[in-house]
Design a protein around this ligand. Structure first.
Ligand SMILES: Nc1ncnc2c1ncn2[C@@H]1O[C@H](COP(=O)(O)OP(=O)(O)OP(=O)(O)O)[C@@H](O)[C@H]1O
Ligand SMILES: [Mg+2]
Length: 213
């Protein structure tokens, strides 16, 4: 569905080029749960940015349904990010002056998605806190709002970068159960340091020094 062909992501650094991803070929298949493991700095976040079109490969190609992401217009690329993909970032992003519920609804500005957003907040255990502003939530609660937002509208692929890192084990398991339940409608790609979060995974890839092993 979305894939990389010999893709590299290179950052220019004062000491030379940093290959955050190095010659990676990888496909996310329809409906699969793909896990990505690897030490800190091995390129896992960079890999998600390439697969989801948030970053453009320095070399090689990123494709969606066989079409190069670089061939899409800005409008097509933004539709892909907004409607086709969901993203949970490693560091949760919420709009500071919007409530938890509103922070979910902003992901679909053109639709009436209040009921679905509320149901997702309840699913992540925050139904009672829907009116709270981000600074009135704990770090783990904010991360759960981000998980709910990523699932809104049933995206084709949900990319999650350490979605359980700020959570205790039991809450992490619950969040992973919710993410796994998304597999009925789409694919799930999860970066994690914790292999116990990858129960039921279809495929796990390991990264080291920018390469998929
Ligand atoms: N904007 C940047 N400029 C220069 N180097 C960068 C930049 N972003 C990331 N890197 C480097 O690219 C490499 C891969 O980073 P990346 O964030 O993808 O790793 P990661 O596997 O997600 O690590 P972590 O588990 O700590 O989140 C690292 O060496 C990092 O220092
Ligand atoms: Mg990372």
């Amino acid at each position: 569905m979305t894939s990389l062909e010999s893709a590299s992501l290179v950052y220019a650094d004062k000491d030379g080029d940093v290959f955050a991803c190095h010659d990676v070929s990888l496909e996310v298949r329809p409906g699969e749960f793909l896990g990505i493991l690897g030490p800190s700095g091995s390129g896992k976040s960079s890999l998600l940015y390439l697969l989801s079109g948030l970053k453009v490969p320095t070399q090689g190609r990123a494709l969606y349904r066989g079409r190069g992401l670089d061939e899409l217009s800005d409008a097509e690329r933004s539709r892909l990010r907004l409607q086709t993909f969901g993203f949970v970032f490693q560091h949760p992003f919420l709009v500071g002056y919007l409530s938890a519920l509103e922070n979910i609804m902003v992901a679909r500005p053109d639709q009436d998605c209040r009921d679905e957003s509320m149901a997702l907040l309840e699913a992540v255990g925050l139904g009672e806190k829907s009116h709270r502003l981000p600074h009135e939530l704990s770090g783990g609660e904010r991360q759960r709002v981000c998980v709910a937002r990523a699932l809104l509208g049933g995206p084709e692929i949900v990319f999650c970068d350490e979605p359980t890192a700020a959570l205790d084990h039991a809450t992490g398991i619950k969040v992973m159960d919710l993410l796994r339940s998304h597999r009925g409608t789409g694919s799930l790609v999860v970066v994690t340091h914790d292999p116990t979060m990858l129960e039921g995974v279809d495929r796990a890839v390991h990264m080291a020094e920018g390469r998929v092993l």
